[in-house]
Design a protein around this ligand. Structure first.
Ligand code: PXG
Length: 457
């Protein structure tokens, strides 16, 4: 059999996909309609196997920060593949790309981070952090400190440990999760759960849930708290400003490690290199993936704070690592990706130009009969679709309206993601005001068609 079978029809690819592939998919639905086959991408657009062009308002899966079709990234990968396609970083060896990327990451992340560990995905990075957290407390002679507190509706990945950290009940059901030692507190979702409270009061209430859980289980048993600065997959849930300072205080008070999962928020998505800077989070670990290579090749990195690194570093052999930890091609791609972001000042542009412009265009949707709330930070935003704007009453069942709207977007040539009945946007950071205008026009049409379909026009 040849390595690359020459197939060229949508139907053949769909049949192969149906028979053999597919993460995170409703299989019954997929079999009915067949997958869309994406064959190419350029700049801000995808092209499918029928030649249809789609505006990608989701940057792949929250990751293609520098946009598609970057020749310089392809060239760097090609050169690295010829020079040193693979070597490991085990047994006292290293190579230039991993050494250089480490220096860059340490220089660009908050000052407490002077050590990096590499993986392939956000999931294995979070798994690794849990191993480090447990090792840390064992070495500190506090072996009872094992429980990790996370949030309902948080997302941290799909391995057994990462899905246990996550607070998605439908993921827990799949495999009897969470594993022992992982507990969850409420999320700071003001629009959905804040009722008549002010956002600030609600933010404090949600942080108090951490204090309550610590008291319930005993501070001597709590190892760490993990959170995404802004929840991504859970629906772009932007916490009230009072939330993170309180969480930080509570972690300090009870000597609990703090993990900021920046897999989505990191690398400029919020208009800051890392959302931890924006919220003043002083984390002990930062999980990085996605935007670190703009998704061109898999890579994740864990930034390990000095407090933990000093203890782990003294233990001798930390018996943990992956074949592809610090893969030279992935590291070379990450270096080029970060160079592009710096040279094109993408983070400043999101903060000062496109983020505020997206906010302005999103505000216009507030007049729409379906739209209860819009929110964004930088180029990460959400539009809440509700049955009753006044009472924030949701549709019943929740989820159908979001799916209808997402399907209309697709038909109009726009890729958006729906979580429940919330439409999410997270485009490449290269988007211009003109791209935002194109998005706003298509979104308005999709919202109108959805309103008609659900009887709200
Ligand atoms: N942490 C966060 C905050 C994430 O968003 C992961 C960890 C896991 O990364 P990997 O590379 O193992 O997938 C993620 C991933 C969605 C969706 O539907 C989001 C993610 C992955 C797949 C789908 O929004 N985020």
């Amino acid at each position: 059999m040849s390595a690359q079978p020459a197939r060229n029809s949508t139907r053949e690819w769909q049949a192969l996909d149906r028979a053999h592939v597919h993460p995170f998919t409703d299989h019954a639905q997929l079999h009915k309609v067949g997958p869309r086959v994406i064959t190419k991408a350029e700049g801000t657009h995808l092209i499918d196997s029928e030649g249809v062009k789609l505006l990608d308002a989701f940057a792949g899966l929250w990751c293609v920060n520098v946009g598609y079709g970057r020749k310089s990234i392809a060239e760097v990968a090609y050169k690295q593949l010829l020079e040193l396609p693979y070597y490991n970083t085990f047994f006292k060896t290293t190579h230039p790309p991993v050494a250089e990327l480490s220096r860059i990451l340490i220089d660009m992340t908050p000052k407490q981070f002077n050590h990096v560990f590499y993986g392939q995905s956000g999931s294995d990075a979070n798994d690794t952090i849990v191993r480090m957290v447990r090792s840390y407390w064992n070495l500190k002679k506090q072996p009872k400190k094992k429980t990790i507190i996370a949030r309902t509706n948080g997302y941290h990945g799909s391995t057994m440990v990462a899905a246990s950290l996550g607070g998605m009940s439908y993921m827990h059901e799949l495999a009897d999760l969470p594993l022992p030692g992982f507990v969850h507190i409420r999320q700071p979702y003001w629009y959905g759960e804040g009722g008549d409270m002010t956002p600030d009061a609600f933010g404090k209430l949600c942080a108090q849930a951490l204090e309550d859980k610590i008291q319930e289980l005993g501070p001597e048993n709590i190892a760490a708290f993990i959170g995404e600065p802004i929840q991504g997959a859970g629906g772009v849930i932007i916490p009230p400003q009072t939330y993170w300072p309180e969480i930080q205080k509570i972690c300090k008070k009870h000597d609990i490690l703090l993990i900021a999962d920046e897999v989505i928020c990191g690398f400029g998505r919020t208009g800051h290199w890392f959302a931890s800077e924006y919220y003043g989070i002083e984390a002990d670990f930062m999980t990085l993936a996605k935007g670190i290579t703009s998704g061109y090749i898999p890579l994740s990195a864990i930034m390990v704070g000095d407090r933990v690194a000093d203890v782990l570093g003294a233990m001798g052999d930390f018996a943990h690592g992956f074949t592809y930890s610090g893969h030279p091609v992935a590291c070379a791609v990450a270096i080029e990706n970060i160079r592009i972001m710096n040279d094109e000042k993408l983070v400043d542009r999101v903060k000062n130009e496109t983020g505020p412009y997206l906010a302005k265009r999103m505000q216009e949707f507030l007049d729409h009969p379906l739209v209860g709330e819009v929110r964004n930070l930088g180029l990460m935003g959400a539009i809440e679709l509700v049955k009753d704007k006044k009472t924030r009453k949701t549709f019943d069942p929740v989820g159908d309206t979001g799916t209808i709207c997402r399907d209309h977007c697709f038909k109009l040539g726009l890729v958006m993601r729906a979580t429940r009945d919330t439409m999410l946007i997270s485009p490449p950071l290269t988007w211009t005001k003109a791209d935002i205008d194109e998005w706003a026009g298509l979104t308005k049409q999709a919202l109108d068609l959805t309103a008609k379909e659900v009887g709200k026009a």
